[in-house]
Design a binder for this molecule. Structure first.
Ligand SMILES: *Cc1c(COP(=O)(O)O)cnc(C)c1O
Length: 390
């Protein structure tokens, strides 16, 4: 089976990880610091707070912005459930903004419409979480303008998008947001095993997230409540935090992988361009990358044409699996999950997201995908279309 995504681990990565296994620190230590510095440099941002997953990074990002029970968080239905769950962890309510079909990203037109209604009803969100679907940035400048007009915070869920660019700048630099989140799960652009990071330019958010990642504890005198602070071994718990720390083992893999991120993303773009060329003759909708974006192509998502009764998502998906091609569906809209339906969300609430879900198939894309395997995948698709013509 050719999977839809796969990590790319070199002998050098293995060597770098085993070096840590022989060192003094296994859990958070000097390599975590080093990894965070390198992420900040790469993303051209002031601070990076690494965590044991992107889910935990989303959680502490929401908390650091003061999210609490009764607040509203809006996001896209076309994401992994973790994006919305992070808001629920804080006791907040979740609502969604529908997507644009061409990119799978949230529609800023829909967002603006919904904000105007919420302004009148006094139900404006405290935080909006745009998701950079498949590695392509949402229109952040427009979202940022709306955030100034309607007074909400922005967390970019860039779990797919390390190495991508928006208007020439690296995703993660937070020019148009408070915080950006990346995931280092093995199917993502680079991996630390499990892991994530939150980037920000704001020192107060950085401090807060650093504390929340580790039990809410500080050992910095400047932040301590004035009590016996001259004792050098003193530490104080200031917030209710968690153990969300990344390990030095994971971070050493991260440092090693980050040195190859541009190569990985370039390889993904080569594969995507080749798919675009080879699949053009088939009756499929191919992914669109807007002119302002450079996508990291975490996913390559094709869509079947709605009017084509011979080639449906289901029969094409089954055909791929039968031929050992590990196609996948990204995503089941979050509001259609039983847990969310129990909160009152219904079929039909976000029509573009539901339609996207019924048309989309993710084809294999990862740096180690061989040209010959990609041609095999394309041939399987071609055969399917020609067998369905008559
Ligand atoms: C993978 C992913 C997450 C969660 O990442 P973890 O590191 O597995 O917690 C969140 N949001 C999106 C869009 C993702 O793809």
């Amino acid at each position: 089976m050719i999977p839809y995504g796969r990590q790319n681990i070199s002998l050098k990565d293995i060597y770098n990880v085993t070096k840590v296994l022989r060192s003094d620190f296994l859990t958070q230590g000097p390599i975590v610091d080093q990894f965070e510095k390198k992420i900040s440099e790469y993303c051209e941002v002031n601070y990076s707070v690494s965590t044991n997953s992107a889910t935990s990074a989303l959680h502490i990002a929401c908390l650091s912005l003061g999210l609490k029970a009764g607040d509203q968080v809006w996001t896209s239905p076309i994401s992994f459930v973790a994006t919305a769950n992070a808001a629920l962890y804080c006791g907040a309510n979740v609502d969604f903004v529908d997507i644009e079909l061409e990119t799978g990203n949230v529609s800023t037109t829909e967002l603006e419409k919904k904000l105007k209604v919420a302004y009148i009803k006094k139900t404006l969100p405290k935080i909006f979480i745009p998701v950079h679907f498949s590695g392509q940035s949402c229109d952040m400048e427009k979202i940022y303008e709306l955030s100034k007009e309607f007074d909400f915070h922005i967390i970019e869920d860039a779990s797919h998008a390390l190495g991508g660019k928006y208007k020439g700048k690296p995703i993660g630099n937070c020019t148009f947001s408070d915080i950006t989140i990346f995931s280092f799960h093995p199917v993502k652009i680079i991996t630390t095993g499990e892991g994530g990071v939150a980037t920000t330019n704001k020192p107060e958010l950085n401090e807060k997230m650093v504390r929340l990642r580790s039990h809410g504890i500080t050992n910095k005198k400047d932040y301590m409540i004035n009590r016996a602070i001259d004792e050098i071994w003193n530490y104080q718990q200031l917030d209710l935090g968690y153990n969300y720390r990344l390990t030095d083992i994971g971070a050493s893999l991260g440092v090693s992988q980050l040195s190859k991120v541009n190569k990985f993303v370039k390889a993904r773009n080569v594969i995507a361009t080749r798919y675009n060329d080879l699949l053009k003759p088939l009756a499929l909708k191919l992914p669109l990358v807007k002119g302002m974006n450079y996508s990291s192509f975490h996913l390559y998502v094709i869509r079947v044409k709605e009017s084509n009764t011979r080639v449906t998502q289901k029969n094409l998906f089954e055909h791929l699996l039968k031929n050992q091609i590990g196609a996948n569906i990204h995503y089941i809209p979050i509001h259609r999950q039983p847990y969310y339906e129990a909160m009152g969300f219904k079929e039909g609430s976000f029509p573009n997201s539901e339609r996207f879900h019924k048309e989309a198939i993710s084809l294999p894309i990862f740096p180690g995908l061989k040209k010959r395997n990609q041609k095999l995948i394309v041939n399987v698709l071609r055969e399917f279309f020609s067998s369905r013509l008559n």
